[in-house]
Design a protein. Sequence first.
Length: 360
Amino acid sequence: MLLSVWAPPAAADDTKPVVTLSAPEAAKGTEITASGTGWRPGTLLMLLVCGQSTPGQGVIGGTNSCANADGRAVTTDAKGAFSKPLPVAAPPKPCPCVVHVATVTGEQAVVDAELKISGHPVAPMPEQSGTGRLSVLTAPRLDGSSGILTWFGAPPSRTLVVTVGNLGSAPVKDPVFQVGTSHGVFAPQWEDRQWKGTIAPGGKAEVRLGFELSAGAHGDYQVSVKYGQKVLATQPWGVGRPWGVTLFWILLCLVVPAAVFRIGMAVVDKVRPRGAGHARRGRGGGGGTDGDRADRGRTRRIRPRWPVRGPAAEPAPTPPPTANGTTTTTTTTTTALPWFTPDSAPTENRPNTPTTKGNP
């Protein structure tokens, strides 16, 4: 138990992949065996004979310098090892030549083993153009968030962050990457993004590349970054729906009909004919038609503001004295009526006087 506790950890994960050849030199048309150790288990590898390449500088010009038609594929075993026969084909570029072994799936790993090909022309290596060999070292991520304007249909934008390393021997200055976005089954739309800086051989740097989608975009997208002709990384991105646009159209469908209805009612009220009872009255009661003013004048004559009092009643005459010498006083109260004049009102003294209007 103590030995197992203090035993050093396995270094399999830290072991770098290695490739060895059965012969350092071979003639064109012959066959050699390429073997490797330290690779990830169950990884698919591609083996190519390439010209104009060295283990230090890599394959200059990419796989265009390799005999692609005579390449071989192999899968590593459970221990990360492989062994595969490989024909020595003449590459399209002059030597120096290498056997180029690279992973096809998963994390990228590349190893070049030097090979001399008898009978194949040899030429000096071209000067480095500064492109180098960049590879992604960590998983990419998307930085940024959506604001209120994006909720109303503004173009969503993010920043793609990747850590790249220079596997070549020449520095890479101001590399130009391509960022592509694809939706569904459509092909990516690539846009150039230049990163300012220099990546030294064997060094690494964090590269931040900004991009944005079209206005109103939503759904599942794929964001890819490419350097040269090689796609370095791909990152999925789920873009939310701009619900503010939907809310705007709902409010528009409610407000516009209501406004049209109110305008229509105002126009109808303005143009419809008015009846006699809807005549416009002026300020202070002085307005109105001639018929209205005549009716008001007639009303004033018939119904005065205060009651009309009739003339005061005349006192009754004193009766003559009786035989005893006394006087009998009889008090009679006569109520004046408004439709009789004092002269024509019937009294006790003139019972037979007609009540015809106009008698003296």
